[in-house]
Design a binder for this molecule. Structure first.
Ligand SMILES: [Zn+2]
Length: 416
């Protein structure tokens, strides 16, 4: 059986790097304050370019819908039981500027700190992965913007998989469905996902980080909304009457367990994170996010919020205190644990690329968290990038090549 493990051979035989450099120059920053889908019109520019290029590769049904979801099909060369989806996102994070990205190629990287404009330094001390990239071509932005390897590396890898397979019809492959989604960075990547038309049985997002990283677990996520309403009066005649909602909200926040916070937790530990506060002395509302890998543990965090809210009400019974808890996204492992063959194939595909799989729980969500819940099991595969969402973002072309090898191996496994 064919397996692929030579990243440099892949780079030589596909236009992976050229594609990546072309895509990162297109500004696709999403905007969480926008209510439209896509949140920004500019995502259509990349979407339409990809439709054109998919057509050039030979995927005749490539199209973008009114919500900016790009889909296409590469037909299989064997009868396979399952149609496999490959998914990456079009948008980039608004946490750093994404316009006028100037990618810089550091060829034959020598292992030293990388100095960029504006005093931005990508240090080896803070980026131990760089030690594995000596001799590689490392790509960065110029220091003034993010790079956008998250997730244009994923898009370039998928495009190169298609280009490679299309030229080699003798290689066994299953039916492959492609989706490029808008607005992943603002948590809406699957809001209008054309699930029924997509028709895949299993999917993989190519949106992870460095060599060998694969994710079959994400946070289980809820949101809590605590609203405290006091009693308003003119402050000049307020004695004994006014109940200030802000003061009681401050008490509520101060009583939350400080050790269960994002700034004090890591690994598999969960947290409560007060995220946004709005309102005034008469009424105010706090949005908190609750995270853990375990559904019951997240429910317990919701219980803590209610206890603390009750204690505030006990201080001042004239308050009105409301707690609303809403699900955000589930840990994909809740579904993937019942489909161990998916993880086994994925790990085997990484091993065939010549690297040790790094099975890492994601302290966040992916498009795959929601897709898995909606019935499309969807782990995440590394795309090579490091330091997402900032000016120090970088990627090694070798790592992108290994991701490409991994995806090709996975297609071979699904065709057998
Ligand atoms: Zn991403």
């Amino acid at each position: 059986m064919d397996s692929f493990s030579d990243a440099h051979d892949m780079l030589a035989n596909t236009s992976l790097v050229e594609r990546f450099l072309e895509y990162v120059k297109i500004d696709t920053t999403s905007d969480e304050h926008s209510e439209t889908c896509p949140s920004t019109e500019r995502q259509f520019v990349l979407a339409e370019l990809l439709v054109k290029q998919l057509g050039e590769i030979g995927l005749a049904d490539a199209a973008v819908d009114e919500n900016c979801y790009v889909t296409a099909t590469l037909h299989g060369t064997v009868e396979s039981k399952e149609t496999v989806g490959l998914i990456a996102h079009l948008d980039t994070s608004s946490a750093a500027p994404g316009v006028n990205v100037e990618p810089i190629l550091h060829e034959d990287y020598d292992g030293s700190d990388i100095e960029l404009d504006d005093g931005v330094v990508i240090s080896v001390r803070e980026n131990p992965e760089l030690e594995k990239c000596i001799g590689d071509t490392v790509i960065t932005a110029d220091g003034t913007t993010l790079l956008g390897a998250d997730d244009k590396a994923g898009i370039a890898i998928i495009m190169s998989v298609l280009e490679f397979l299309q030229k080699r019809p003798e290689l066994p492959r299953p039916d492959i469905r492609i989706a490029f989604t808008p607005d992943e960075e603002i948590g809406r990547g699957t809001a209008k996902f054309p699930m029924e038309d997509f028709g895949a049985d299993v999917g993989f997002t190519i949106d992870g980080s460095f060599d060998g990283e694969v994710n079959i677990e994400t946070f289980h996520a809820d949101s809590a909304y605590v609203t405290i309403t006091g009693v308003s009066t003119h402050p000049g005649t307020a004695k004994g009457k006014l109940v200030n909602a802000l003061r009681h909200m401050a008490a509520f926040l101060s009583r939350l367990p400080a050790e269960i916070s994002p700034e004090r937790t890591e690994g598999r530990e969960g947290f409560i994170h007060p995220y946004e506060l709005t309102g005034d002395a008469s009424s105010c509302k706090c949005h908190l996010i609750l995270r853990d890998f375990d559904r019951d543990a997240v429910s317990a965090l919701g219980g803590r919020i209610k206890e603390v809210a009750d204690s505030v009400l006990k201080d001042e019974p004239r308050l009105k205190v409301e707690v609303e808890i809403k699900p955000s996204y589930p840990n994909m492992y809740e579904h993937l644990k019942d489909r161990p063959e998916i993880t086994e194939r994925l790990l085997e595909a990484v091993r065939r690329a010549g690297i040790e799989p790094n099975l890492k729980p994601v302290r966040g969500g992916t498009d795959g968290s929601m897709l898995t819940q909606k019935g499309l099991p969807c782990p995440n595969i590394f795309a090579g990038g490091v330091n997402f969402h900032g000016q120090t973002e970088w990627v090694s072309t070798r790592s992108m090549g290994l991701s490409l090898c991994t995806v090709l191996n996975l297609m071979t496994l699904y065709a057998s």
